[in-house]
Design a binder for this molecule. Structure first.
Ligand code: 26M
Length: 800
């Protein structure tokens, strides 16, 4: 859209006056934010309505991305950027003597997700709008997002995230689009005259699902898509009256996001959440379709539904239910439609994270859905036992061991199943879904994750963005593959030193931020070494800590090293005891290192509490090193690896997840790889001959570092050090930390050496930025669009 600075100033003053009956100089940052958000929203309204009308008019095939999590990050700056008016607005604010950043910082960050999976869902929303694809999100409007993390005496403490306290200016309540979701009770199947079954529900608990829509603004293209988040309310109909307790129970459904990202807790409320937003989404899609069509015959040509991991896998039986019970379609035709509509992404290989539900719980809460799952199960067995044998089908049928097995249900009921990086997609076929791959090989495919360079570079890294504009023009902002133009300047010494200067500027900014957050003065000339992701044993923050302890001991012995600052951000699931012990040790190590005057000139450690999308925007531009050190074969993809690469950090990585794609993109000379490969680790498992203690006994450096966990040398830790020591030595180190220790140190030594050669370092930075464009989520969603959702024209390379 077009908007001059002068127009903006007039409209902004006007909006502020209408809202707060005061001139702007009397308003708080929060009030200025509210006024600016509402003004921005008014610019979005028309293209939003127009986009929707156009999709309806042209009967565009629409994608519905079902996800129990969305992590959009703050929306004001990104909406202004995508509308094409960010520069004008910032100039206008400055002319009014206001600080844009202060206003942007007044916005709450909607933490409606745990980490990678939720952030990916939001990146896809942004990308679909930006490539002009008709993409809708379907999720939950949690009253409280992911807990806020604080450290008390080095321990993680969880505080409620009341993110809507000041309202959420980007949402629109649509009460006239509410639907009813039924739980519990029992079902009566009564043959009716028309030949179909009549399904009569008795004694159900009904919940009203009210949608709140959030605009997803495309980049400079006039497209505005919709993210629909559902909120649970007590129904209002004549004759029923709800007690306070009943209302409480209903409100609970959308009150809080579950904080586990890699564990299936099996709680009934979680199952309620899953069915709640899934059923609401399916009902609303079918209702909308039926307003303009008098049968469901063409539904699959107009609708694609994607399930983000298995949490919305009930979309499969729920669509079957609506097709059969409400729309009177027979089983075979309903199944044909469902398969054609549904597709599924798997995000994890960890067996403890694979979702299963006890049949008794499932049947009690969702009796009709259970009947349909039983029928899916029965037909699956009937169809495939003859060819594949009872034993194999028993392993992979939707029902087994007294459980509903969601990944199997999702695979059986979808026409496409994908992993999120090539290694992960291969391992799905080899291990987790091996038997189903034998039956449905054509369904399996890979879609490597992506990120949105708009948020991470254009908004998050303004100094780099301006340097790129100056050197290669602005085309990269529209098409990040244009970053490859940077290769032309690999020998341009001026530019290489400009790259280093830009990083130095970002590091000074980050140093200020760190000081504000944790009151530690860090040296901006140090190597900034970053690991930001959820805390989990398989991600091996512990390996990073052991590396720090080794450096500590070396410095204590008098060794000189280039100065390194280690920056961590990580939340642990509140129930994950081991992860919380690691957090305590990380904080204790940080204290020990930072307060030791012999050490701190060479080594500093900061653990920033409450890591999230907004904090990531502040950390990533200042990173020199990106730690991606998961046990090979465990990290499905990772996405912080891509973000850090695009900001010119060098990746220090195992051959896991999308690290492998990054290595292929930049070449072996522009990444530091270490550690066991997935194959080597699989070999240890097969032979059963991994002995962590051997590594401890053979490597004196490792020995010394592990002993520190238990010999009282790290002030403030007691049982935590012992528990971790035991996990590594008595319980044989499930994640191969000790096996990778030596090669991790060697890789770090190479990094230190390299950093001594600023120009060589800058060349590697250049290559990383230049090749990061391929990881734009814009390309990822286009591959989904062509190969899975069938919403885009085929390109020549899709054939063959
Ligand atoms: C489960 C049930 C109910 C509510 C929440 C959950 C749940 C939520 C998040 C379970 C797992 C969740 O996240 C898993 C996850 O984030 N996986 C990561 O997905 C990223 C995007 O594909 C990958 O890049 C990461 O490698 C992968 O760990």
């Amino acid at each position: 859209m077009a908007l001059t600075k002068e127009q903006f100033i007039t409209e902004f003053k006007d909006m502020a006056l209408r809202l707060y009956a005061a001139p702007i100089e009397d308003l708080s940052s929060q009030q200025l934010y509210q006024a600016l958000a509402l003004l921005t929203r008014s610019y979005i309204a028309k293209p939003w309505a127009d986009t929707k009308a156009r999709y309806d008019e042209e009967e565009t095939k629409q994608v519905f991305y079902f996800s129990i999590e969305f992590l959009p990050g703050r929306l004001l700056q990104s909406n202004l950027l995508n509308l094409g008016i960010l520069d004008e607005v910032e100039a206008g604010l400055k002319e009014l003597d206001l600080h844009p950043d202060k206003i942007f910082d007044a916005e709450a960050d909607p933490g409606l997700g745990n980490g990678g999976l939720g952030r990916l869902a939001s990146a896809f929303m942004d990308a679909m709008a930006s490539v002009g694809m008709a993409g809708n999100g379907n999720g939950i409007r949690y009253q409280y997002g992911l807990f806020k993390q604080a450290f008390v005496n080095g321990y993680q403490v969880e505080l409620p995230d009341d993110w809507m306290r000041n309202g959420f200016p980007w949402e629109t309540r649509k009460e006239n689009r509410a639907v009813t979701v039924k739980f519990g009770g029992w079902v009566e199947l009564r043959p009716s005259r028309g030949g179909h079954l009549r399904v009569i529900y008795h004694n159900t608990d009904d919940v009203l699902a009210v949608p709140y829509d959030v605009a997803m603004v495309g980049y400079h293209n006039g497209v505005v898509n919709n993210l629909r988040l559902w909120s649970a309310e007590a129904p209002i109909h004549a004759g029923t009256h709800f007690s306070l307790e009943q209302r409480e129970r209903i409100n609970q459904i959308t009150q809080i996001l579950y904080p586990d990202d890699s564990d299936n807790a099996g709680k009934e409320l979680r199952l309620r959440q899953e069915y709640f937003f899934t059923s609401a989404g399916i009902q609303s899609i079918v209702r909308h379709y039926r307003r303009t069509h008098n049968s469901m015959a063409g539904f699959a040509d107009r609708v694609a539904i994607h399930i983000n991991d298995t949490h919305p896998a009930m979309a499969i039986p729920e669509l079957m239910r609506v097709l059969m019970d409400d729309e009177h379609v027979g089983w075979d035709e309903a199944w044909r439609i469902t398969l054609k509509v549904m597709s599924y992404t798997n995000h994890t290989l960890l067996s403890e994270a694979l979702e299963v539900w006890p049949i008794d719980m499932f049947r009690g809460l969702l009796p009709r859905i259970y009947q349909i799952v039983q029928e899916i199960d029965r037909r699956f067995r009937l169809a495939f036992v003859p060819q594949f044998g009872q034993a194999m089908i028993d392993r992979i049928a939707p029902l087994g061991n007294g459980q509903v097995r969601m990944a199997y249900l999702a695979t059986i009921g979808s026409h496409a199943v994908n992993g999120v990086a090539p290694l992960h997609s291969e391992l799905l076929k080899k291990d987790v879904l091996h038997d189903l791959f034998q039956i449905f090989p054509e369904r399996f495919n890979n879609k490597t994750n992506g990120i949105t360079p708009r948020r991470w570079i254009q908004i998050g890294d303004r100094p780099l963005a301006h340097l790129l504009d100056k050197k290669i023009g602005t085309a990269w902002r529209q098409n990040p593959l244009a970053l490859r133009k940077l290769h032309d300047f690999i020998d341009d010494k001026r530019f290489l030193s400009d790259l280093n200067a830009t990083k130095a500027e970002n590091k000074r900014e980050l140093a200020k931020y760190i000081d504000q957050m944790v009151h530690v003065k860090v040296d901006p000339d140090a190597i900034f070494d970053v690991q930001i992701k959820r805390l989990h044993a398989y991600k091996r923050q512990l390996l990073h800590v052991l590396g720090i302890l080794d450096a500590y001991l070396a410095i204590k012995r008098g060794e000189k090293r280039p100065k390194r600052l280690h920056i961590f951000g990580a939340k642990a699931a509140p129930s994950y005891v081991y992860a919380k012990e690691i957090i305590k040790v990380m904080n204790a190590v940080a204290n020990m290192v930072n307060s030791d005057p012999e050490v701190s000139p060479y080594l500093q450690v900061v653990f920033l509490p409450n890591y999230g999308v907004t904090m990531a925007e502040k950390i990533i531009p200042g990173a020199d090193i990106s730690e991606q050190i998961s046990t090979a074969g465990k990290e499905a993809s990772g996405t912080s690896n891509m973000k850090l690469m695009s900001a010119g950090a060098l990746t220090l990585a195992t051959l896991d997840g999308a690290n492998i794609e990054i290595k292929n993109a930049v070449g072996d000379d522009n990444i530091e790889i270490f550690g066991l490969t997935e194959k080597e680790i699989a070999g240890y498992y097969q032979r059963g001959d991994y002995r962590s203690r051997d590594f401890y006994e053979k490597d004196p450096r490792l020995h010394a570092v592990l002993d520190m966990l238990v010999n009282g040398k790290i002030p403030g830790i007691e049982t935590e050090g012992r528990d971790i020591y035991n996990a590594l030595l008595m319980y044989n180190d499930e994640y191969f930390v000790l096996a990778d220790f030596e090669s991790y140190l060697a890789a770090n030594a190479r990094v230190d050496k390299l950093y001594q050669q600023p120009q060589l370092w800058a060349k590697k930075v250049l290559v990383n930025i230049a090749e990061s464009g391929r990881f734009s989520a814009d390309f990822t969603v286009q591959r989904y669009g062509r190969e899975i959702w069938h919403v885009l024209p085929q390109t020549p390379e899709d054939d063959g």
